[in-house]
Design a protein around this ligand. Structure first.
Ligand SMILES: O=C(O)c1cc(=O)[nH]c(=O)n1[C@@H]1O[C@H](COP(=O)(O)O)[C@@H](O)[C@H]1O
Length: 271
């Protein structure tokens, strides 16, 4: 199955457009996990097991693992998801971007070392920097378009001619030229619903990864109404901290499940 097929199956099976983001920060872990060598794996495994039937995908953020020399725990976590929750796609959030020969190594890292189903990538070095990911034809390539952070406007909002903004140019380029194999998706922040609607209009039914609800304060109703596809899906709406750190004690996974369920249901109300 391709990434897009697994995503579509998970949207339907779990009746969910929620992407659970795995951004493990040991300083925020419950006390009983503090100091354990495998704390990052154990924390994330508990979250994954508590939310797998509520999510359409998981998105581990590589920096949270690499910063703690915990890449082995990321490998083990993705292997755990594969074995225990087959059918839920894993997006490795790496946001890499480099010349083709180096990007080849990043693609090996994402798809062969970690076995991710999709990877986030930065499109601003152009098509040849993205080709090595696209060469893995069953995998998803999720390109930054209109990011959720305030500074996203510094460059992405520049007029590139004729009133067209840079993020609109990226959306059109990916939809019309880079997506020949139907494996691309775009990142559009929930903090900018008007731009989500614009990207949806430019890209047909292309899946959109939409971070920015929860801790960043994006509005769920506005996000879903702006970004849903004709079929009432088309979205991977990410929430990380609001789910991961909903509880602070030994029952943290139950608290995470409760918030994930509330978030999925809130999203579904507006599909
Ligand atoms: O590509 C991403 O996932 C991403 C793009 C973007 O524009 N904004 C954004 O917040 N993200 C990621 O989405 C997650 C958001 O986390 P929370 O704000 O805790 O829900 C983090 O892992 C970010 O790195």
């Amino acid at each position: 199955m391709t990434f897009i097929e697994s995503l579509q199956a998970a949207w339907t099976r779990n009746d969910s457009l929620l992407c659970v983001g795995l951004d493990p920060d040991p300083a925020k872990f419950p006390v009983h996990l503090q100091g354990r060598n495998d704390a990052i794996f154990e924390f994330c495994r508990s979250i994954v097991d508590a939310t797998a039937d509520l999510a359409c995908c998981f998105k581990p953020q590589i920096a949270y693992f690499a910063a703690r020399r915990a890449e082995d725990q990321l490998e083990a976590l993705i292997a755990h998801i594969r074995i225990t929750h087959p059918g839920i796609p894993v997006i490795l959030d790496a946001k890499r971007g480099d010349i083709g020969s180096t990007a080849e190594q990043y693609a090996v890292e994402a798809f062969e070392r970690y076995g991710a189903d999709a990877v986030t990538a930065n499109p601003y070095m152009g098509r040849d920097s993205v080709e090595p990911y696209l060469a893995y034809r069953n995998k998803g390539v999720i390109l930054l378009c209109r990011t959720s952070n305030p500074g996203g406007s510094d460059l992405q909002f520049l007029d590139v001619g004729g009133g067209v903004k840079l993020y609109e140019h990226v959306a059109r380029l990916v939809a019309e030229e880079w997506n020949g194999n139907g494996q691309c998706a775009l990142v559009v922040g929930a903090t900018f619903p008007a731009e989500i609607a614009r990207v949806r209009a430019l890209t047909g039914d292309m899946p959109l990864l939409v971070p920015g609800i929860g801790a960043q304060g994006g509005d769920i109703e506005a996000t879903v109404k702006a970004g849903r596809s004709a079929a009432g899906s088309g979205l991977m709406i990410n929430s990380s901290r609001a789910i991961l750190y909903a509880g602070k004690d030994e029952n943290f996974a139950d608290a995470a499940r409760r918030v994930a369920a509330e978030t999925r249901d809130a999203i579904n109300r507006f599909r």
